[in-house]
Design a protein around this ligand. Structure first.
Ligand code: ARG
Length: 382
């Protein structure tokens, strides 16, 4: 069951700079409509659509995307994501149009439904076969502020500040404390799934505990070291970013959670390895019996490799979709070539594209990229 807790205090939500109380930029709208028609010639009726959009913007300060425009806009926002190495499959993004959902409870139910759909627990599909999915909730309009999700991902592990340091994920201490201030009581463990904090356009925020079947997790084991399981590590299967605005043609959708599948290094190198996250390299190095008294033993590097072997192995065993950084690097270059053949630039940020381990052993390391910023896009508003 999904549980709700209404908080007692009003919530100070960040305000979108785009369309909250303001009319949208007609030039942005026109540019997008032209792009849509240029890439979808069968849509037809460009001039009529431009006229309608201009009329709506003049009258209401906003306009409404057709489903086809929304689907295309969301896919192109992924295609334009400079930091994402996994863009080869941008055309396959499944777009759930939920622009008719306006309440915080409705948003919460859609987030749960999104997670279930994304991890393939639906009809026929095997649980664990992850499908890139986005759920689009209403945009901001001049007269109505849309709901928002405070969590930066739908699934996040709590981080508890204790006298001995943070227990859990230090990246989520602020979110954990926000949930606690709204009445949530966590178990104090290393991997406690946080509730969603959703604030509606107006009124009080809603706390929503995710039902267990919506959160698929993989316990981590190592193919050669039985002691690895004793560390009690795990990670969730679906990375679903929930605090970025989807910007399409001047419209801002502040609540549009989207997911792909994981690349092993995100978990094995960064989430579990970073000093400011779970900081597990010293723990693993010690269990491996490595000499940590000198950097020159490369104990950090050894430990990182074994952590990543464990992550890839465990997801594979659990039947959960995951990619490795060598395969994904090659796919990214395939994507780049395809885009160039289609007459487009593929903008990319080298510092995000190059994997966090063994960079130069992957082909994406050995070149530079076009760094321009295109829209539609996923953006962070402050
Ligand atoms: N790096 C983030 C994490 O470890 C997830 C970012 C999105 N990743 C993805 N594979 N779609 O949770």
């Amino acid at each position: 069951m999904t549980t709700w807790i209404r908080s007692l205090r009003p919530f100070d939500a960040p305000v979108s700079r785009t369309v909250n109380g303001r009319t949208i930029d007609l030039r942005e709208a026109e540019r997008f409509i032209r792009l849509f028609h240029a890439e979808n010639p069968s849509a037809g009726g460009l001039q009529a659509r431009l006229r309608d959009v201009a009329r709506d913007v003049a009258r209401y300060g906003t306009y409404t995307h057709t489903y086809e425009e929304l689907e295309f806009g969301a896919r192109v926002a992924w295609r334009n994501s400079n930091r994402c190495i996994g863009r080869l499959y941008w055309r396959s993004l499944k777009v759930r149009d939920r622009r008719d959902v306006h309440t915080a409870e409705g948003v919460a139910l859609e987030c749960v439904a999104h997670l279930r759909a994304a991890m393939g627990s639906g009809k026929g599909a095997a649980r664990g076969k992850i499908r890139p999915t986005i759920t689009v909730l209403p945009p901001d309009t001049p007269v109505m502020r849309a709901p928002r999700i405070l969590n930066d991902q739908l699934i996040r592990y709590a981080g508890y500040r204790t006298p001995g340091g943070v227990v859990g994920d230090p990246a989520n201490v602020a979110l954990t404390e926000a949930a606690q201030a709204l009445g949530w009581r966590g178990g104090g463990g290393m991997f406690d799934v946080l509730p969603l904090i959703i604030h509606p356009g107006r009124g009080r925020p809603l706390l929503c505990t995710l039902p267990g079947d919506a959160v698929l997790e993989v316990p981590l084991t190592h193919p050669e070291y039985p002691w690895f399981a004793e560390l009690g590590l795990r990670w969730h299967a679906v990375p679903a970013i929930s605090n970025m605005c989807l910007e399409i043609g001047g419209l801002c959708y502040p609540c549009a959670p989207f997911n792909g599948w994981y690349m092993g290094t995100e978990i094995g190198a960064r989430n579990l390895g970073d000093e400011a996250r779970y900081n597990l390299l010293p723990v693993v190095a010690e269990r491996l019996g490595l000499d940590t008294s000198t950097e020159r033993s490369l104990w950090r590097d050894h430990a990182m490799v074994e952590l990543n072997v464990a992550v890839l192995h465990s997801f594979e065993q659990a039947g959960v979709t995951m990619t490795d950084h060598h395969t994904e690097s090659r796919r990214f270059l395939t994507h780049l070539e395809r885009e160039e053949r289609a007459g487009r630039v593929c903008p990319a940020d080298w510092s995000w594209i190059v994997p966090p381990m063994s960079g130069s052993a992957t082909p994406v390391f050995h070149r530079y990229y076009d760094t321009r910023v295109l829209t539609p896009a996923f953006v962070h508003h402050d």
